[in-house]
Design a protein around this ligand. Sequence first.
Ligand code: ADP
Ligand code: MG
Length: 283
Amino acid sequence: MGIIKTKNLAFEYIRRDEEGNVEGITRALDDINLDVEQGDFVAILGHNGSGKSTLAKHINAILYPTEGTIWVDGKDTAEDENLWDIRQEAGMVFQNPDNQIIGQVVEEDVGFGPENLGVPAKEIWERVEESLKAVGMYEFRKYSPNKLSGGQKQRVSIAGVIAMHPKCIILDEPTAMLDPSGRREVIRAARALNDVEEITIILITHYMEEIIHANKVFVMDKGKVAMEGTPGEIFSRVEELKELRLDVPQVTLLAHELQKSGVAVPDGILTCEELVEALKALH
Ligand code: ADP
Ligand code: MG
């Protein structure tokens, strides 16, 4: 079994009035079956309300299935005795870095996680150092977090998760509030953790260009997995992506239009370089 596996996973938000009567039910996840291997870099795409955050919250046992099962590192999240193992093995990074950083000083903030796990003091400092180095923020260790840019804060949040020595990190739209350079910093940090430390990455995003480095992509729609494949496979299905209201990268659209008008470029072009190479090959 992979690091994350779900079987017929479904989740319903139930709204109740003051007397406790059910007012409405939203089926946010519906029959999700997925398998993520240790070391995968997974991207999850989908427009607002498609169920991405609800799925993320199942991976570190913030929410439990209404139906079906989710296992993290072989452990069923619905069993209470697995809770602390799962929270340590699968760390979450959210959209807004300001809601995640609680320390007055960067290194102190990163140390909170291992401290809560009861890690001995000497090892906490080793972990803080290694985590800050892994995201390229070690030189800022003595800074106050509110002196940092959005991208830097988000990298500190990631360091705080790494310091818990997780097997898997779930990033729920970590770049949504960042400028382009902040977005690049965060994505680069996530890639490095995947390449160097072999930490499984689950990246939820609606920026298509951020999924290029993933080895698996899931596209969600109305609580279901609507598409699944490598980035190249997903990007070659331009019409379906448009139907799912996703913003396909300009270069992919251009390649698709060229193809439709008879220019023999391959499917699933993701970068300008690829398009240039494909066009050069034709001449
Ligand atoms: P995404 O992250 O893809 O935008 P969500 O998982 O946040 O999607 O939401 C999926 C669906 O569940 C949406 O219809 C949303 O309105 C609903 N939903 C999300 N959170 C709650 C909540 N706390 N209570 C009720 N409904 C919710
Ligand atoms: Mg969300």
